[in-house]
Design a protein. Structure first.
Lengths: 122, 454
């Protein structure tokens, strides 16, 4: 019983520490990084820039493209879905769902969304 | 002007000559016929030259007039050309301005079209043949996920699971039973790039299987035993989660901290067998359905993800959850810890697994320790580059999993199976499960399943 209570106490302390950390993070203003150019912030899908980011070896470039992040993340859980399967507006809703479900960084989610919207069905 | 001077000069010479000829009375001189004829010829020549000059002058005047006219025409044409160029420039500027603006969008009838609403989900149809029994179509499952995005940062998502299953419990006297469950229902608010607030019935981040294990995503139809039996999949409460990128190479650390109702007692007692991982709302000893304890559980997960290049990555995570599970006078604590890992080596190889350790106190069994784990690997035969029909759509899967719940005989299971990708969302799965246990009710089984993700 003591061990169990100790485990609970430990979990409680861990929770308090984590809550303090998260509270600090929560004070960071929304969009700490400037939004990437061309990424739709609203339903105005026409504002996106129609450009396909080609895959390239990361060895020569440190900034991952939306296409690379799409290849990295989507296939981890399910077969890759073709960008043309959904419209730009649909991808925006789906990517918000996937961002939460897979708990991936918002910045990376934006780049993937831009890639999907640029190559979406409509 | 030079031409006119010459004409006058020649005219004066000719006039002087004529005047001299007109004074014969005053100057008496002998003029021979030859001289007279010579002079006459000279005068005639001069007259011809004057006439020729006049003609030349007239022609040149006409030419000059024509030149003036041509110059006037050219000036007119130049003016027209300049006007045309100015018009073209104006039009070009106008076109550039129009092209720089987004094209006009067709008006959307908001009453009938809502592009923020989306349905995802999956459906399964399963055949099962248990060793020693006759086989049959075991279940059909439809599991839609409804998404509604309210703006850029708010999402409501809810998953339902409707199953008709052979040998179900209701309705009575029927070979089939239908169940309808709310798998999860949560509101997500993206506070900023690093924090997302979630509330509702949450898919708990105890490991990753519960959050990322929808029916068609599981390469093996059955869930790992330990995931099903030792940890809750969902909980009603609130959560903060997020991810922090590490550099520009795609690495990140993600976290989740949550408080939920947590496990409870199915009958209000503190007996070990009464542990109900589903939540603390249940049937009290007085027959009422109510919250069975007032102290929520808390949990957290920290994960680290590193991609080496597309399709090559590693994710590891540690998670835990603890809380009182009953409302006895001397209440007991339930706690669980999970270590999870997933590895991808190319587009064709995947390995992942979880280790789960759980403990809880009870009135009748004292401290109960549970543990289990699973490890599975899959390889897509497309990686062999074989030109055989259908081979490139096949993935072979193997899994080992075990569970020891502290109350019943432990179970070990070996599973060998395959996934045939008819399309990227329509899958035909099959596996054979070899069970090792002292529990006679659990035997080997063959499972075939059609899965569709949408």
């Amino acid at each position: 019983m003591k061990q169990i209570k100790f485990t609970g106490l430990l979990a409680g302390l861990g929770g308090v520490f984590a809550a303090a950390l998260i509270t600090g993070l929560a004070w960071i203003p929304a969009h700490a990084d400037p939004p990437t150019a061309g990424v739709a912030q609203t339903n105005n899908v026409a504002a996106t820039t129609p450009a396909v980011a080609p895959l390239a070896a990361p060895a020569v470039r440190h900034h991952l493209t939306g296409a690379e992040l799409y290849s990295i993340h989507c296939n981890r859980c399910h077969p890759e879905r073709y960008p043309t399967e959904r419209t730009a507006a649909q991808w925006k809703t789906i990517m918000l769902h996937m961002q939460v479900r897979a708990n991936i960084p918002v910045q990376q989610s934006r780049l993937i969304l831009k890639y999907l919207q640029d190559n979406s069905g409509r | 002007m030079q031409m006119k001077t010459n004409v006058i000069r020649y005219g004066m010479v000719a006039t002087t000559g004529l005047l001299c000829l007109a004074q014969p009375g005053q100057v008496r001189a002998e003029v021979s016929d030859a001289d007279f004829n010579a002079l006459k010829a000279a005068v005639q020549q001069l007259s011809d030259q004057v006439q020729s000059l006049r003609q030349t002058n007239a022609i040149e005047a006409q030419t000059h007039q024509a030149d003036l006219q041509q110059i006037q025409d050219l000036r007119s044409k130049l003016a027209e050309t300049q006007q045309t160029a100015a018009d073209a420039e104006q039009k070009s500027t106008a076109v550039a301005q129009i092209q720089s603006q987004p094209p006009p969008r067709a008006p959307i009838d908001e009453a009938t079209v809502n592009h923020n609403f989306q349905i995802l989900g999956d459906a399964e149809f399963q055949y099962q043949k248990v060793d020693g029994q006759s086989g049959g179509f075991l279940l059909a499952d439809f599991a839609p996920i409804f998404l509604y995005r309210g703006g850029d940062n708010i999402l409501f998502e809810a998953g339902f699971d409707t199953t008709i299953q052979n040998g179900g419990t209701a309705p009575v006297n029927s070979g089939y039973g239908t169940t309808f469950n709310l798998s999860f229902a949560q509101l997500d608010y993206v506070v900023n790039d690093y924090v997302t607030f979630c509330a509702g019935e949450l898919l708990l981040p105890l490991g990753t299987y519960s959050q990322r294990g929808a029916g068609w995503l599981n390469k093996i139809p059955d869930d790992p035993l330990a995931v099903d039996e030792l940890i809750p999949g969902t909980g009603v409460g609130a959560e903060l989660q997020g991810a922090v990128p590490l550099g520009e190479t795609g690495q990140f650390v993600n976290y989740a901290v949550y408080g939920v109702n947590g496990p409870s007692s199915s009958d209000g007692t503190g007996n070990a067998a009464s542990l109900d991982l589903g939540g603390n709302v249940g049937l009290r000893s007085d027959g009422a359905v109510a919250s069975l304890n007032g102290k929520p559980s808390g949990g957290a997960r920290v994960g680290y993800f590193v991609p080496f290049k597309p399709h090559y990555d590693l994710e590891v995570g540690v998670s835990g959850m603890a809380g009182e599970w009953d409302n006895a006078v001397d209440s007991h604590i339930w706690s669980a810890g999970v270590f999870d890992a997933a590895l991808h080596l190319g587009p064709n190889f995947e390995a992942k697994g979880e280790f789960i350790l759980s403990r809880y106190g009870s009135d009748d069994q004292g401290e109960v320790t549970q543990q289990g784990w699973y490890a599975q690997a899959g390889y897509k035969l497309a990686g062999l580059n074989l030109e055989l029909p259908g081979i490139n759509n096949m993935e072979l899967i193997g899994r080992y999993d075990s569970v020891h719940d502290g109350l019943n005989p432990s179970v070990q299971r070996y599973t060998a199976g395959f996934v045939y990708y008819i399309t990227n969302t329509l899958l035909f799965e099959g596996d054979y499960e070899f069970l090792h246990t002292q529990d006679p009710s659990q035997t080997d089984a063959l499972i075939l399943q059609i899965s569709y993700g949408f």
